[in-house]
Write a protein that binds this ligand. Structure first.
Ligand code: NAP
Length: 242
């Protein structure tokens, strides 16, 4: 059976590195994006030049209808999804007392709702095939508290709960569900911290550097290949928190 991977939020950052690695490892991949169509299309073009199989598809993972339409399109073009990487995520740094209900709703809709919609959209064919793999991208803030990131941290805790629950529910159906919890990774997401804070943070890293998207992608690949591992959280943080 063709190995088909959907990596949500893969126009840039961790998702892009993961989609590229999976494509080079032989998966037919779908690169999903929200706004950055040019980046998604450039990634697809580059992978095709390397003889990889790749397509891209716009969809807001918070929107169930858009997710279902994307998955049907993947099934038509590449075949049923055999590996889902729930990577799309958003963050907002804010003091707790300033969090507005719409911010709470949106971050949960993308980070947690997105995992639900995408997983539900691919689970039918996985159950039918009695095989499949889902990897959710949480964060170190999914098992530790994060000051001024109460909503983000709550969503990342929820993703770990979802991972363990789905692993328990689907193990007998041959479907593995795992989680990667990155530390501080050098992507657009952390640039909001500003150069000074980033420099201070870098000094706190045991390796004195941030992780790269490629290093997170390697851990996703490892879990995708690990046939006897399910329900686990793999932390990729260069020893920042343990
Ligand atoms: P990023 O550089 O900000 O990229 C975010 C990606 O998600 C982009 O491809 C973006 O698409 C897409 N996206 C955003 N909202 C979406 C939506 N509603 N529907 C579909 N796609 C959407 O983020 P990143 O740093 O690579 O983070 C990726 C994941 O790792 C996130 O879940 C994040 O929480 C987690 N993580 C990151 C770090 C870190 O330090 N960077 C640490 C721990 C965990 P467009 O390009 O079209 O906007």
């Amino acid at each position: 059976m063709t190995k088909v991977a959907l990596v949500t939020g893969s126009s840039r950052g961790i998702g892009a590195a993961t989609a590229a690695l999976l494509a080079r490892k032989g998966y037919a991949v779908c690169i999903n994006y929200l706004e950055q169509r040019e980046k998604a299309e450039a990634l697809v073009a580059g992978l095709r030049e390397e003889q990889c199989i790749a397509m891209c598809q716009q969809a807001d993972v918070a929107d169930r209808a858009q997710v279902n339409a994307m998955v049907r399109k993947i099934e038509d073009e590449l075949g049923p999804v055999t590996l889902l990487v729930n990577n799309a995520g958003i963050a907002r740094q804010q003091q707790f007392q300033d969090v507005k209900p719409e911010t709470l709703q949106r971050i949960f809709a993308v980070n947690v709702g997105g995992c639900f919609h995408c997983s539900q959209a691919v689970i039918g064919p996985m159950l039918h095939a009695h095989s499949g793999c889902i990897i959710n991208i949480s964060s170190i803030w999914g098992s530790h508290g994060a000051s001024c990131e109460s909503v983000y941290s709550s969503t990342k805790h929820a993703i770990i709960g979802l991972t363990r629950s789905l692993a328990a529910e689907f193990a007998q159906s041959g479907i593995r569900v795992n989680c990667v919890a990155p530390g501080v990774i050098d992507t657009d997401m952390i640039q909001v911290l500003g150069p000074e804070t980033l420099e201070l943070l870098r000094g706190e890293m045991p390796f004195r550097r941030f992780g790269t998207p490629e290093e997170v992608a390697e851990s996703v690949w490892h879990l995708a290949e690990a046939d006897y591992i399910t329900g686990q959280v793999l932390t990729v943080d260069g020893g920042f928190l343990f």
